[in-house]
Design a protein around this ligand. Structure first.
Ligand code: SF4
Ligand code: SF4
Length: 399
């Protein structure tokens, strides 16, 4: 099967690598030439921390086809869309030459609403969607720190539920299974997608607003009460649309399973709001609940409020309060959470300005202590927070 991955960031690259391991002919579409070159030679390395003490295992490099544009690639059997929701429309426009009348277009993006955007240019019988139970951070070019969780890592379904769609869905899932990942095609995909949506509703925007990691916010009772009330609104909307959802199952199974792996990290939307100062996926998460609630006649005041607050932040990154420093030009605050740091030294190695240093002493966990040495040289490139496998570093622009 000839497959292109649009938006081969960490998650897209991880899926592309598993598809290749499963026998597909995969091309990753990336923005930067240098990254494309690394993905091709030596290839993608996937690391996971699965041992009793967080021991690391890693694959040999997996050489991938990678390109910065679709020119000359020809029509694909399948195109996997992995860009952020706000970029779906432009990504599809840029990929028109590789999407033929029989090309299947698959979205495994966060949230809901991407299938509607895809349906503007792709026939519904060729559109597939689903959700992921896996995590990935590109800790260095073409090096992925990965995590797989839940009974199924990739759940896939189709907009039109027919024999032909099932045949393709099973074939796609089979490639992933052969590649070493648990994948299924299911006709009840909406329950899977909505349960994942509920997890995102519970933590994603909220963590960005309170500026905390999932585990830290989840330890605060009032944060949890707010999250549960937002989830209840979403469940009412989902059920009105015919999706099979159950708050008890969500609270006792879905949320605890997600907590096991994501509590240590800033959720992706919080990273957008706090560090990258980038557009978020709010319209595909809480905003989608507001939109669908209006159609179903179900009030969603909490999801609406959260959506609006995040929009305000997105529009005003440059106006947010920061403590003024005496120094002119932008300055950054780099914080290392000692309780997560394992002293691997990646942050020191990848900082282009030698801002971080190893101390002679050990940190509270018994690992080599890392300190912020000459913060005035920091250029806010985020390399340290991106490479940190423990999500222990926060970089915030101060002025
Ligand atoms: S943001 Fe960039 S320059 Fe600043 S400490 Fe991190 S790696 Fe170094
Ligand atoms: S802060 Fe992160 S990258 Fe730096 S030494 Fe600690 S665990 Fe490693």
């Amino acid at each position: 099967m000839k497959i292109a991955v649009l938006g081969a960031g960490a998650m897209g690259s991880m899926l592309g690598a598993f598809l290749k391991l499963g026998g597909a002919d995969v091309t990753l579409l990336v923005r930067r030439k240098e990254l494309a070159a690394k993905m091709a030679d030596p290839g993608i390395v996937m690391r996971s921390y699965t041992g009793a003490d967080g021991e690391k295992t890693e694959t040999a490099p997996i050489p991938m086809k990678a390109a910065v544009s679709c020119e000359g690639l020809g029509e694909m059997d399948a195109v996997l869309v992995m860009v952020k929701g706000c970029d779906t429309k432009s990504a599809l426009e840029g990929a028109s030459s590789i999407i033929g009348k029989d090309t299947k277009v698959i979205t495994l993006q966060n949230g809901i609403g991407n299938t509607d955007i895809i349906a503007k240019t792709v026939a519904p019988e060729n559109i597939y969607y689903g959700c992921l139970n896996m995590s990935a951070i590109m800790s260095a070019p073409a090096v992925l720190d990965t995590g797989l969780f839940g009974d199924v890592n990739v759940a896939l379904g189709a907009v039109v539920k027919g024999e032909e769609q099932k045949k393709f869905g099973d074939e796609f899932a089979d490639i992933l299974n052969k590649g070493g990942i648990k994948a299924v095609y299911t006709e009840d995909i909406d329950t899977e997608v909505w349960n994942k949506l509920l997890v995102n509703i519970a933590v994603n925007a909220g963590c960005g607003l309170v500026r905390m990691r999932g585990g830290e916010a989840g330890a605060d009772q009032e944060f949890v009460l707010l999250a549960v009330d937002m989830v209840k609104e979403a469940i009412a909307v989902g059920m009105a649309m015919g999706v099979k959802l159950d708050i008890n199952h969500f609270m006792t199974h879905v949320l605890p399973s997600a907590r096991k792996t994501s509590g240590l990290h800033y959720p992706s939307m919080a990273q957008d709001m706090l560090m990258k100062k980038a557009p978020t996926e709010i319209d595909f998460i809480n905003g989608a609940v507001e939109r669908l609630g209006k159609k179903a006649g179900i009030p969603t005041p909490l999801n609406q409020t959260i959506t609006r607050l995040v929009h305000v932040i997105e529009r005003n990154y440059d106006k947010q309060y920061v403590e003024k420093s005496a120094k002119s030009g932008p300055s950054f605050k780099v914080s290392i959470a000692e309780k997560f740091c394992k002293g691997c030294g990646y942050c020191i190695k990848y900082c282009p300005k030698q801002v971080l240093k190893a101390e002679d002493s050990l940190n509270a966990k018994g690992y080599v202590k890392v300190k912020v040495d000459n913060i005035s040289d920091c250029i806010g490139c985020l390399s340290c927070s991106t490479v940190c496998p423990e999500a222990a570093i926060t970089v915030v622009k101060e002025d």
